[in-house]
Design a protein around this ligand. Sequence first.
Ligand SMILES: Cc1ncc(COP(=O)(O)O)c(C=O)c1O
Length: 282
Amino acid sequence: MTIASLAREELKGLKPYEAAAQVDGAVRLNANEAHWNTTNGFRRPLNRYPEVRPAGVRRALAERYGCDDRELLVTRGSSEAIDLLIRAFCRPGMDNIVTPAPTFSMYRHYARVQGAEIREVATNRQNDFAVDASAILAACDDDTKLVFLCSPNNPTGTSIHTTEIRKILEGRAGKSAVVVDEAYIEFSGHASAVSMLREFDNLVVLRTLSKALAFAGARCGSVIGPAEVTALIRHRAAGGSGIAQCDSGSLCPRDAGRGVRGGCAFRSASRRGRRSGERGDE
Ligand SMILES: Cc1ncc(COP(=O)(O)O)c(C=O)c1O
């Protein structure tokens, strides 16, 4: 049994939507595209639908993050990945997600859209907003399908200790997917949870090019996890991220984190925000 078997029953047998085949140089009546191009100023003609799941981009990102390309799905920012995971795993009115609080507000938002219960486990300033694995596990029950752990966390900047992540993965083995959102990992100097993929089949990692790489306009997120999970959500995702218009060469691993100084810019900015009473993006 893999963690994909916890997905909503009605999705498991659903036949994936087959996008029209992309044949170079042809008038693609099969896709009902216009065959004339009114966007001459662009590098690629925009009368064409983009490649649905650009293989070159997926390979470049898999290399960058250190996983097999079957374990990676490119999404429209990691925001779409959060939505897809909640929709794939949570039955409305029945299932729940568990998160530490405060944390990124999109987990709560998409859970509400799906009609899933949100269980928040408070962290506190006195303890530097540290996440306690036993408190997270105590909040879970048989209907907990997803645990979201944001590390470093938005808005507190706190990274979750690998030992705590491991305890949660072990405690929820076969019961929940544990999603580690690493949108800000490049600022932290900590190792990615991707290195634990071989050990835990309930681990899913989210990465994005939006933050440290200053590439938010490309809307390019990644879901990294067991191939059965990426296949399951690939079949539900609308195709064609903005990244399909980019060159996979522009995702060269050597560019990682350029412009990130000392790893603490995000942490101190979010601390300042909290001290002055501003809300982070929570
Ligand atoms: C913790 C966290 N995860 C994910 C995202 C989504 O980023 P994107 O959709 O640009 O990949 C954000 C954006 O602010 C974030 O703060």
